[in-house]
Design a protein around this ligand. Sequence first.
Ligand SMILES: NC(=O)c1ccc[n+]([C@@H]2O[C@H](COP(=O)([O-])OP(=O)(O)OC[C@H]3O[C@@H](n4cnc5c(N)ncnc54)[C@H](OP(=O)(O)O)[C@@H]3O)[C@@H](O)[C@H]2O)c1
Length: 242
Amino acid sequence: MTRQIAVVVGASGGVGRALLAALCRDPRYSHVVGLSRQRPADLIDNAGQTWIQANILEAESLLAAAQQVTALGTPALVIVATGALHGPGFRPEKSLRALNADSLSEVFAINAIGPALVAQHFLPGMRRDRASLFAALSARVGSIADNASGGWYGYRASKAALNMIIRTAAIEHARTHPLGTCVAIHPGTVATPLSQPFVGHTAPSRVFTPQVSAGHILRVLDGLGPEASGGFYAWDGTAIPW
Ligand SMILES: NC(=O)c1ccc[n+]([C@@H]2O[C@H](COP(=O)([O-])OP(=O)(O)OC[C@H]3O[C@@H](n4cnc5c(N)ncnc54)[C@H](OP(=O)(O)O)[C@@H]3O)[C@@H](O)[C@H]2O)c1
């Protein structure tokens, strides 16, 4: 068995850190690379694990990171686990009245433009000779068909834009990488800094730990092949309508 390289972008986040830890335990991967702006406090480089500082909004930073990854080998798995729902000076909007151009630009940049730049820098360098998988963590609220409750304009719209970027990239990717798979995946509601201000009314049994969510995500991704490319899936493997 040839052991392979896996990359987690957003390795400092709740779900990203759990994905990195799970992949490090997976014997199929000889080397796991984590990318984020901040080094996760508990992450130490070793023979099987490397951290690279990268900002998904800076093309030069992604180019340098992609070159460092290529020096280690050709990735078979890339998961983009970055994202933002709130931040300094912005929160999800409940009404049109709450919209603000700066906040909308920021949330679109982090949730849609950043993953698009990651795809630009990492998809072409993925394995061609055997199966490979590129996945971006999206959110069910980015489904237009599923939107029955409104609100969260910027987050919803930026995840819908991400979904379109993934769908479009999957079509282009298939031309050069027929064994490649490129998907968007919803991790469920997960107890992380992103969700923390908003899960107060959610039954605890419906909120995953990052470790449980990472297990679900990796199980679903394991079952997806090229015929599933361009799709949007939930943590339980069901397809989510656009
Ligand atoms: N938690 C949930 O309930 C939930 C539900 C549905 C979907 N999701 C999605 O799942 C994904 C992971 O969310 P999470 O809950 O793990 O969030 P989180 O704990 O807040 O982590 C967010 C990650 O995004 C990274 N990030 C933000 N801006 C960045 C930038 N410019 N460059 C590089 N990295 C950047 C952060 O890293 P640095 O700040 O270190 O760079 C961090 O690693 C997101 O896409 C989110 O939308 C989460």
